[in-house]
Design a protein around this ligand. Structure first.
Ligand SMILES: Nc1ncnc2c1ncn2[C@@H]1O[C@H](COP(=O)(O)OP(=O)(O)OP(=O)(O)O)[C@@H](O)[C@H]1O
Ligand SMILES: [Mg+2]
Length: 231
């Protein structure tokens, strides 16, 4: 087995995380949106990659790292770019053609502080743009949107933009999660090397994330680690 130091591990380097993955898939299947919390370097990103590489049937995962986003518009631009990527779209069999056509029509011209300007000239807010992009996705498949380093994005917005905009992003996500139509098509998973709960509690808006199913990931046990280094 290849030992990789530093980066998140993938494929054959991934040491099985049976219980954590079972917990996460149970939560996904029960319709929850998820917060994966764990100290640094415990293996959160590696778990997200595992979900990305080996999803259960009828789920289409999307991974996006938003660490470098310092504003709401940068955050949404990253998410919309990921949703429009060919690699993601190709995962849909039946609707890929229809969706591609739709995407062409829905071409995003610009993501700015004003919202999202579509090629047809209309500008709508980020939440509305997200709804448009996922509206036509296959009914039978559910997308798992995994947002890594979400708390870092929130912290960046507080620091480089302003706290009100950080709250506005948290609220937009909450509203999307509470939207029955969206929730039937999308599961959000948030993770990151800094704790979302502590960042959000500094803002005084813990209620904006209290609907999330919080799944804790423990460090690999010493037996696991030993078995891992010996395998
Ligand atoms: N399932 C695993 N199998 C093998 N090694 C692992 C596994 N999970 C984590 N590691 C080891 O731990 C390191 C950190 O993993 P990873 O980047 O996934 O953690 P993280 O919790 O996302 O870290 P950060 O808090 O920095 O974002 C990896 O470089 C790898 O050496
Ligand atoms: Mg990570």
């Amino acid at each position: 087995m290849k030992i990789t130091v530093g980066q998140a591990v993938r494929k054959e380097s991934f040491w099985e995380r049976k219980y954590e993955l079972e917990d996460i898939w149970d939560a996904i299947e029960s319709g929850s949106h998820i917060l994966i919390s764990a100290p640094r370097r415990v293996g959160k990103t590696s778990i997200l990659y595992k979900i990305l590489d080996e999803p259960k049937e009828n789920y289409i995962p999307l991974y996006v790292d938003t660490e470098s986003a310092d504003s709401q518009s940068e955050f949404w631009e990253k998410l919309f770019n990921a949703l429009s990527e060919e690699e993601f779209i190709n995962k849909f069999e039946s609707i890929s053609k229809g969706y591609l056509e739709k995407l062409k029509k829905l071409r995003i011209k610009k993501v700015s502080v004003l919202g999202v300007a579509f090629a047809d000239g209309e500008t709508v807010d980020y939440k509305e743009a997200f709804k448009r992009l996922v509206k036509d996705l296959d009914e039978d498949k559910k997308i798992i949107i995994m947002i890594d380093e979400f708390a870092q994005t929130i912290e960046n917005i507080i620091k480089y933009d302003n706290p009100q905009n950080a709250i506005s992003l948290l609220l937009a996500h909450r509203e999307l999660r509470q939207d029955a139509k969206i929730a039937s098509k999308v599961t959000f998973i948030y993770a990151g090397s800094i704790g979302l709960e502590s960042v959000v509690s500094k803002l005084g808006v813990t209620k904006h994330i209290n609907d999330l199913n919080n799944i804790k990931v423990p460090p690999l046990s010493s037996e696991d680690a030993k078995a891992f280094t010996q395998s």
